[in-house]
Design a protein. Structure first.
Length: 189
């Protein structure tokens, strides 16, 4: 299994004390399927570098989302599934570029985005996944998990691969190794 970050921007490290690595989605290649976690923007905002208060004001645009996908060696028609962590445009703007893909999304988020059709899979998360109360299996080794820490729907993707577990929580998550217990810190967006 391969997990790759889809990057529309360069220079996303804010400083050495907090690693803010900003991606515009992730690609999971299982060897049988190509699955995206979020779809980022189709185009980067023209003011991403200069806008005060933006997520990473030092970003420089390098590709739009589809070009970034091609840069990884993949084409839109190869994508079989998309897992949406939440509805914000920086996570969903390019959904329409993958009409053949099944889209996994919460009912609330699907309603907000007016998504309907045979390719929409409402993730109702009917099962437990270890310590998480609500989860849904997407395919072997990939789980869509409700993140109960947020007041609005934000979901996590957990990938199991050869005894390793990877967690994708798509928002910026500050991490400061000198700040003590990481459980005391929450993601920002």
């Amino acid at each position: 299994m391969k997990i790759k970050a889809i990057r529309m921007y360069d220079n996303t490290f804010k400083d050495q004390s907090q690693a803010h690595v900003t991606q515009d989605g992730y690609l999971i290649d299982t060897g049988f399927e190509v699955i995206l976690v979020d779809t980022g923007r189709q185009e980067a905002p023209s003011d991403a570098k200069s806008r005060p208060g933006s997520h990473a004001p030092t970003r420089e645009q390098n590709h739009n989302y589809i070009k970034a996908l091609y840069a990884l060696g993949y084409r839109p028609e190869q994508v079989t599934r998309i897992i949406v962590t939440h509805r914000q445009p920086c996570h969903t703007a390019a959904l329409n570029c993958f009409p053949q893909a099944k889209i996994y999304i919460s009912a609330q988020e699907a309603a907000t985005l007016n998504l309907c059709g045979n390719n929409i899979v409402i993730a109702d998360c009917p099962q437990r996944y270890h310590d998480f109360a609500r989860a849904q299996k997407v395919t072997d080794g990939i789980y869509y998990v409700e993140d109960e820490r947020h007041d609005s729907p934000h979901n996590i993707v957990i990938i199991e691969d050869h005894g390793h577990h990877y967690m994708i929580h798509s928002d910026l998550t500050p991490y400061n190794p000198f700040a003590g217990n990481p459980r005391q810190h929450s993601g920002t967006h």
